[in-house]
Design a protein around this ligand. Structure first.
Ligand code: 13P
Ligand code: SF4
Length: 310
């Protein structure tokens, strides 16, 4: 089918099935343009917790789609391509969380939403890149088991007096690990007027060069509010396209053109069409896992919502 017809068919099926399309900021532009809502992990979790209608089509990686399924027990969530799996989420098997809990019974377990449902069910609360320090600092415990991203754990440790224990020792995102301080220094020299917006999954040496450390959607908020006209963006390049589209009067320079999350890009219009047509690739989380993971996710939404209104 031609792309134009595909778009029309997707919109027709979407209306017929009373479906909502949710897309992460790293999705291909053609998917972003068809989505009902585009956002970062926190916004997508919030949006899916309020989703209405018959079907949620989730264009993002596995842990995000699982969040939508966990928060919507009565609704069907499908993904265009089930191979869109975040390698970092796979770095924290549930056995490791259970072992760490036995070794540190006095610690709270805070897991990044980039964690698969089974492991997340062992958490006291989840967090995203938009609210991690806020969640950790809201807890009573002084010792925190935090995973799976070691760089996000470092970011939180800089903003908390609590003892943060990374879980596993060296969890990482292969995309954000590609950014180097040398590349950022070079761009800063070339564009001294630019703000440097860095995702907290980047290495500490890269975070130390940032004007602001932000989640993907916080980067959009900053770009809009800032008086600066130029921004160096250290995150996956899909976000840069959205920034250019939404703020045509400002300049966005990717810190690394090749910073591309292959897993996020697995979804395309053809697969989106098929997922809607056949209601295929349904996200299934076993009910007992979903109930526990939902409690940890809702606690995060409650704490971060509460802080937003303080
Ligand atoms: P955000 O929640 O900041 O969009 O990050 C999600 C992610 O997967 C970053 O790699
Ligand atoms: Fe996972 Fe990294 Fe891709 Fe985000 S960018 S989905 S953390 S691999």
């Amino acid at each position: 089918m031609k792309p134009g017809n595909l778009k029309e068919e997707i919109l027709r099926l979407k209306a017929g099935r009373d479906a909502i399309i949710l897309a992460h900021n790293y999705q291909r532009e053609e998917i972003q343009l068809l989505a009902d809502f585009i956002g970062d992990s926190l916004e997508l979790a919030r949006k899916s917790s309020k989703a209405r209608g018959g079907l949620i089509v989730f264009c993002g990686v596995d842990f995000m789609a699982e969040t939508a399924a966990i928060l919507n027990p009565g609704r069907t969530v499908v993904v265009p391509d089930p191979a869109a799996r975040c390698p970092m989420a796979a770095q924290l098997p549930v056995e490791l969380v259970r072992k760490a809990k036995r070794e540190h019974p006095d610690a709270a377990v805070v897991l990044y939403v980039n964690t698969l449902a089974e492991a997340r069910a062992e958490a006291d609360v989840t967090c995203t890149s938009a609210n991690a320090p806020q969640i950790v600092n809201a807890l009573d415990e002084e010792k925190i088991l935090f995973g799976p991203d070691k760089n996000l754990a470092w970011f939180v440790q800089q903003r908390s007096d609590k003892r943060i224990i990374p879980l596993p020792d060296n969890g990482y995102c292969y995309v954000h690990r590609m950014f180097s301080p040398a590349d950022i220094m070079l761009l800063k020299e070339r564009y001294p007027d630019a703000e440097v917006l860095v995702h907290p999954e980047c290495d500490p040496e890269v975070q130390n060069l940032a004007t602001h450390i932000c989640s993907t959607s916080q980067m959009l908020v900053r770009a809009k509010a800032s008086p600066a006209k130029r921004f160096i963006i250290a995150t996956e390049v899909g976000l840069v396209k959205r920034m250019r589209r939404e703020f045509p009067g400002k300049e966005f320079i990717p810190a690394l053109e090749s910073a591309l999350c292959e897993q996020m890009k697995k979804h395309d219009l053809e697969k989106l069409y098929l997922a809607l047509r056949d209601v295929e690739h349904v996200v299934c989380v076993p009910p007992e896992v979903a109930t526990k993971a939902r409690a940890a996710t809702e606690r995060m939404l409650e704490i971060s919502g509460r802080a937003a209104h303080d």
